[in-house]
Write a protein that binds this ligand. Sequence first.
Ligand SMILES: C[S@@+](CC[C@H](N)C(=O)[O-])C[C@H]1O[C@@H](n2cnc3c(N)ncnc32)[C@H](O)[C@@H]1O
Length: 251
Amino acid sequence: MTDTATILDMCCGSRMFWCDKQDERAVFSDIRAEQHTLCDGRSLVIDPDVVADFRALPFTDGKFSVVVFDPPHLERVGPNGWQGKKYGKLNAETWRDDLRAGFSEAFRVLKPHGVLIFKWSEVQIPVSQIVALTPEKPAVWQRTGKNDKTHWISFVKSGPAHELGSVDSLLQYATNRIVELERLLLLDAPETVWPAEVNMVYAQIENAGALPAHHQRRLKYHINRMWLEKMPVPAIVTAARSLAVAMENYA
Ligand SMILES: C[S@@+](CC[C@H](N)C(=O)[O-])C[C@H]1O[C@@H](n2cnc3c(N)ncnc32)[C@H](O)[C@@H]1O
């Protein structure tokens, strides 16, 4: 486990389905830490990084990109049976509230747009009763295993669209600004007779005479507008010089 882990397995058990049981990208948590010898002599080691109850996880909101939730799926197990040791057991009185709280905690610790991978074995309790315990909408749902009883359901936490990628939103902003500036520079300016004040300012813009005729018209149009808005003449000259420089790039 590292501080920068991006995956939480909130019911890790003996990490049976992990490709790498020591995966550094993950935090493994479970409500118990214990060791058993199974009937075939193999040992079962449940050794979470964090001992925690999935109904009240000790992690901050929005910490993980991926959460794995594989809770116990059996209400009835033999007192010394291997299934209870491997998978744990649901509390027959409270399992609905327990799993509801588990879902809610999973989505709390997920980042916006993060993915929850949920597993359910439909041996004693129908999966329809389980997905009804969260208001979130499943995205991908695959059945596997003997008689298709194992359900792998993935959910994507909702979140504001602008958090999908800050680069995308910056690019969009920049594109909008460019289009706006182009409109300003390339507006349709009519052929007209400008007041003497406009020509007086225009005469101070060094490179103006070298611009194509349509840009010269646009430049005079902007000078006139600034004049009508009662901008001080030095400010109009400065703004017109910048416009003329920008227009050279669109000549
Ligand atoms: C189906 S097993 C998980 C198996 C695991 N995915 C694996 O690959 O080995 C369910 C696990 O949930 C744990 N568990 C049961 N109640 C829990 C709770 N309230 N909080 C956290 N873990 C819990 C059990 O101890 C058990 O190890």
